[in-house]
Design a protein around this ligand. Structure first.
Ligand SMILES: *Cc1c(COP(=O)(O)O)cnc(C)c1O
Length: 383
């Protein structure tokens, strides 16, 4: 019987095969192989490790773990989420066209608009949760790129439905799975071809390191990605790989606790006079609720909400105490973000407003503190 995800976060399925690099000394914690290079046992012979830009045992252990959690056939670990998405763009050539969701992480939009476009890649933005994507496909279209739920507006796209369109037109379906993590959602099982992650967020989980991942179940992509990481050199360092391995040990309990806190806070926010809208896919009135029930095992812990005035929104950021006003998400500490000037500052204002990111919009990444303590902190700023 395959192991469940809680167990897999701590134990790789294949770790019993006595020759893993960890078998010396039987250490429970995987060692940090802080080495740049490896000696060869003879001419034309290799231990499988030649140079740490290509491969490193600690990084490889983490890659095997991410691959297993996301149900892929290969995963690569990179220095940041943006390094992962930038590497992925190297799969495309000038003239290629991508359909991308219009509400994405701000850094991804900045990459597409300022770097990929200059490299000749063309983009059409769409609301992938609602628009007829088939009508946007051209002979040059190579991929569809989505987040679900999106950052920060929490739009939910039906991955299986979009994957049918992608398969019909031989396009790659790429899903940024950062918000859900493999604990709650495994897009490859739903027909996606590639999953990307900011490992900085829920996977690492402690607001203490940056990381990124690309996972696929397509052998031809696997080989290209391995070639690209070796050539461009953005692989994750051994110590950071170890930090993410350690973070993932508690992924299951962190995700559950953060989610139950988020649900409680979302319901409480709805009762507040100055809060005009609460966007959390675990609320039954959320338009993506039914799709989430079908394609995910939970709703996550990201809650976006809108206040009645900009002044109120800014005063929340000024006056929270326990909750920290900071960029990033997915860590054990609760953070509050102002997308307008932080994560989405480089998104053109017109697009930002069109996506619904108003100056009254705040985004909470709910952590694992006591929910009532978090509510008390919000209460003292809202009332
Ligand atoms: C943070 C984030 C990224 C970028 O990851 P970094 O690790 O910060 O480079 C990409 N996608 C999403 C959804 C994110 O939240």
């Amino acid at each position: 019987m395959p192991l469940s995800i809680e167990t897999n976060c701590l134990h790789l399925e294949n770790e019993k095969d006595g020759d893993s690099v960890c078998s010396h000394y039987s250490s429970i914690s995987f060692p940090i192989y802080q080495t740049a290079t490896y000696a060869h046992p003879g001419v034309g012979r290799s231990t499988g490790f030649d140079y740490s830009r290509l491969q490193n045992p600690t990084r490889e252990q983490l890659e095997m773990l991410i691959c297993e959690l996301e149900h892929g056939t290969d995963a690569v670990a990179l220095s940041t989420g943006m390094a992962a998405i930038a590497l992925l763009m190297e799969l495309f050539k000038p003239g290629d066209h991508l359909i991308v969701d219009s509400d994405l992480y701000g850094g991804t939009i900045r990459l597409f608009d300022n770097v990929s476009l200059k490299n000749g890649i063309k983009f059409t933005r769409a609301n992938c949760a609602e628009d007829n994507l088939e009508a946007l496909i051209t002979p040059e279209t190579r991929a569809i790129y989505i987040e679900t739920p999106t950052n920060p507006m929490m739009n939910v796209t039906d991955i299986a439905e979009v994957s049918k369109i992608a398969k019909r037109h031989k396009l790659l379906l790429i899903v940024d799975n950062t918000f859900m993590s493999p604990y709650f959602q495994t897009p490859l099982d739903l027909g996606a071809d590639v999953v990307v992650h900011s490992g900085t967020k829920f996977l690492a989980g402690h607001n203490d390191t940056l990381a990124g991942f690309i996972v696929t179940n397509r052998p031809e992509l696997q080989e290209k990605l391995r070639f690209l990481i070796k050539t461009t050199g953005s692989g994750l360092a051994p110590f950071d790989s170890w930090l993410v391995l350690r973070g993932i040990k508690t992924l299951a309990i962190r995700m559950e606790k953060a989610q139950s806190n988020a649900a409680k806070i979302a319901r409480w926010l709805k009762t507040q006079k100055s809060v005009v809208r609460v966007i959390y896919p675990g609320l039954e009135e959320h338009p993506g609720y039914k799709i989430m029930k079908k394609q995910a095992r939970g709703f996550g812990s990201m809650v976006t909400f809108q206040l009645d005035t900009t002044e109120k929104a800014l005063s929340v950021l000024e006056r929270v105490r326990l909750i920290k006003y900071a960029e990033s998400l997915g860590g054990v500490e609760t953070l509050i973000t102002y997308p307008t000037t932080q994560t989405h500052a480089d998104v053109p204002e017109e697009l930002r407003l069109k996506n619904g990111i108003t100056p009254q919009t705040l985004r909470l990444s709910v952590g694992i503190e006591n929910a009532d303590d978090l509510i008390a902190d919000l209460e003292q700023v809202l009332n």
